[in-house]
Each structure stands twice: as structure tokens, then as C-alpha cells.
Design a binder for this molecule. Structure first.
Ligand code: ADE
Length: 418
């Protein structure tokens, strides 16, 4: 199977302009692309990707094409595709099957179509493609040299596949590169989540009480950016260390059973399910806004919301009003799906520059080293991580100090003390 299925191929020209805008803000990936064009390290390889179809993803896909690969692409979320970008990718020969507003059935059909190129390498964001291969398309697994996983949730699922003895090929946990998770998860999720909430609602953050569920890297970013806009931030946690960190960062830490009564805006970023449930929704203030930043739409129980609601209507794009029996109204954004990609454009290009440079370089690493890589979940090679950091600094015009030989020796020695 080849070809494409997108919303409207006539949107390609508009998509190209957006991709150009992303390219202008992704200089590191641009350098990787220029080298790939020269060296063609992916010649003859077929790559199937399940990623959010954004202008930044388009820059990654173009890099892989320059490297000599044949590429197919399906969306990593039924609502996150930027249709103009999808059209532009179809126009340059990517086997893309994605549009905004896929049903659950179409979503998996599209992953299957992307897999029908019989890939040598797979790229995933969240684990749906990898799980699909292992559960439904296992005939493909033997040919796959390796894969890359973009996000925390996908790495957790890959590790679970490995632990259960199911995993059939190496997967590089791109999310765990320092130049990915310390930047994309913190600054990317922080800014773009608030961007999504503001684009959907135009709500003022200043003076609001924002409840952030989860103080991992994403929750941390969201909490700090909310504070920067003048919100009073409450953090909920299950991990004692993360809860302590939030407390010592000056945030109020409460259980959700308390926070739910005082929050104006609730943002989930835990990676877990049923974080906001019926019992919480029932006691929320009239007008409470609920948004999710986690990969899947399981953090806010939409089931409970539907059970509790006597009426529901779409008020404006990405804002659903639920009227509860007690007369209060709560507003669910983006159907509880990842709000930054559904209601806005995902993380800004500058930060995706680092994430996707890691992806491109890890694909090259698999192409060159797959024989050495055993089945299992692998770290991003340190040299890749460091190269991305150095190149990013260089493109930002930042120069840093160098260790002298004496200092290097000192750092490895035990003999000099008090
Ligand atoms: N995940 C978060 N933001 C993204 C973006 N802009 N492109 C692709 N994947 C993303």
C-alpha cells in the first residue's frame, strides 16, 4: 500500500508555508538535514512513523527523506493533525494517512496503512504503533531493525513490553535524552499547554487558582508558566519527593479531594488514569475548566463527566459545557485529549528542534548499529545527546567555558582534600 489519505490536498501550499516557518526555527535539525542530504545514511530504508502531524514533525520527516528513506506517517492522536501540514507532506511523496478528527477505528486503520510499507525502522509517540506491531501485526516485527520512542507514556509501554517478554526489537527511548525531556517536557509542555487553554478559552490566568495534577517534568513546566502569568498554583501529587519539590518551589500541595473545591482551572499531567473523577467534579466551582496535558485522554474521567451531566453542548471550538444536576457548569477542553496539540500547535519549533534532532540522529544510529543493539529499551547514546546540546548552544550564539587539563585531572582525582 502506498499513497496518502488527508483531509484536502489543496491545503498543501498553506502547509508548506507553515513548514517553512518551523524550519526557520529548527536550525539544529536543519544541520542534520544538510548532512543527511550529503551522506544519505538512510538509503534504502523504509521508516513508518506514528507522530503528531505538525509543522515540526514535517521538518523531521523531510530530514529522513533527505537521508534517503521512504517514509510513511500516521497521527499519534485522532485530534492532533494539522491538516495543511498533512497535505504538504502528501504532496512531497510521504505515505501519509492522517486528518484532524479521526474516529478510533480510522486512527488504527491509518496506523495499519502506515505499517503497510513494511518498515525497517519505526518512530512512535505514545506506543500505539509499537503495540499494534506486537499485538496485531507481529509478522512485521522480525524485519524491524529498531524503533525510537518520543514520549514518557510510550517509554513506559515499551518497558512494559520488554518486562513481559513481548518486545521483539530494540527501542531507543528518545524521551530520556537530557536534551529532550529537560526541555521539551518542561518548556515545551509548559508553554504549549497554556497556549492551548488560552486559544480555546481566552481565559485570564492572572488571579486564577490553577490546579496542576502531577509534578513530573511536564507538570513542573505547567506550574511555573501558570505562576508566571499570575495564577495561584496548587499541585497534587502521589510521589512524596515530587510533592516536596513542589512545596519547596513555593506551590501549595493538596490532595485532589481538597484542590477540586477551590480550583478555577485544572490541568492534568500525570500519565495516569482517573486523576479527576466524578467525586471531584461534583464539588467543583461553577465555571471550572478542565484540561489534560498527558498523552492519553484517560486522566480526566470523561465517562464520569458524561454520567453526571444532565446536558452538554459545544460552546466554542474545543470547549464543551457540561451542566451538572446541581446546576453547576464545568468546561472540558479538547475532549480531555492533549490540549496543547488539539487546541494549539503543540510545542514550539525551537524546542522540537532538539527533540527531533535526537530522533533523526537515533534513526541514523539504528541504521548503522542495529546489529549491536539487542532487543530491549535503550538509552540515547550520550554522544548524540551532547551533540544536540552543543549544536543548539551554537545556534543560539552561546559560548561556554572549557575545562583546563588541570581541572580535568582534578575532577578525576581523590588525593586533594582539605
Ligand atoms: N509533541 C508536542 N508538541 C509537538 C509538536 N509541535 N510536534 C510534534 N509532536 C509534538
Amino acid at each position: 500500500m502506498s499513497g496518502y489519505k488527508v483531509k484536502d490536498i489543496k491545503m498543501a501550499e498553506d502547509g508548506e508555508k507553515h513548514i517553512y516557518w518551523a524550519e526557520r526555527h529548527m536550525p539544529v535539525l536543519g544541520m542534520v538535514k544538510d548532512r543527511f542530504k550529503e551522506e544519505k545514511p538512510l538509503n534504502g530504508l523504509r521508516i513508518a512513523a506514528c507522530l503528531h502531524v505538525t509543522k515540526e514533525t514535517a521538518v523531521l520527516i523531510k530530514t529522513l527523506l533527505e537521508g534517503g528513506a521512504v517514509v510513511s506517517l500516521a497521527a499519534a492522536n485522532p485530534l492532533s493533525t494539522q491538516d495543511h501540514v498533512a497535505a504538504a507532506l502528501a504532496a512531497i511523496g510521504v505515505h501519509i494517512f492522517a486528518w484532524k478528527g479521526e474516529s478510533a477505528e480510522e486512527y488504527y486503520e491509518n496506523i495499519d496503512k502506515a505499517l503497510s510499507i513494511e518498515p525497517d525502522i519505526v518512530l512512535d509517540d505514545g506506543g500505539d504503533l509499537n503495540v499494534r506491531v506486537h499485538v496485531n501485526r507481529s509478522e512485521l516485527a522480525n524485519k524491524i531493525l529498531g524503533g525510537c520512542e518520543e514520549t514518557t507514556t510510550g517509554v513506559i509501554r515499551a518497558l512494559a513490553l520488554e518486562k513481559d517478554g513481548i518486545l521483539k526489537y530494540p527501542i531507543i527511548a528518545v524521551n530520556e535524552a537530557t536534551t529532550k525531556s529537560r526541555f521539551d517536557n518542561v518548556y515545551g509542555t509548559g508553554q504549549s499547554t497554556i497556549d492551548g487553554i488560552i486559544r480555546a478559552t481566552n481565559i485570564l490566568f492572572a488571579g486564577k487558582t490553577v490546579v496542576v495534577a502531577g509534578y513530573g517534568r511536564c507538570g513542573y513546566g505547567i506550574a511555573w508558566k501558570s505562576r508566571a502569568l499570575g495564577a495561584n498554583v496548587i499541585v497534587t501529587e502521589v510521589d512524596p519527593v515530587k510533592a516536596l519539590m513542589a512545596a519547596m518551589d513555593g506551590f501549595r500541595v493538596l490532595p485532589m479531594s481538597e484542590a477540586c473545591k477551590i480550583g478555577d482551572i485544572f490541568i492534568t499531567a500525570t500519565g495516569n488514569k482517573d486523576v479527576i473523577r466524578g467525586e471531584h467534579i461534583l464539588v467543583m466551582k461553577d465555571g471550572a475548566i478542565l484540561a489534560n496535558a498527558g498523552h492519553f485522554n484517560v486522566e480526566i474521567s470523561v465517562n464520569d463527566l458524561n454520567k453526571l451531566a444532565v446536558d452538554k453542548r459545544r460552546l466554542r471550538p474545543h470547549v464543551d459545557e457540561y451542566i451538572l444536576e446541581n446546576g453547576r457548569r464545568v468546561y472540558l477542553l479538547a475532549e480531555g485529549r492533549v490540549v496543547n496539540l488539539v487546541a494549539a500547535e503543540g510545542h514550539p519549533s525551537e524546542v522540537m528542534d532538539m527533540s527531533f534532532s535526537n530522533q533523526a540522529l537515533c534513526v541514523e544510529y539504528i541504521a548503522k548499529n542495529h546489529e549491536k543493539l539487542g532487543v530491549g529499551v535503550h538509552k540515547v547514546p550520550v554522544e548524540v545527546d551532547m551533540m544536540v546540546a552543543k549544536l543548539k548552544l551554537a545556534t543560539m550564539g552561546i559560548v561556554i567555558d572549557k575545562l583546563s587539563e588541570e581541572q580535568k585531572k582534578y575532577l578525576k582525582s581523590w588525593s586533594i582534600g582539605t
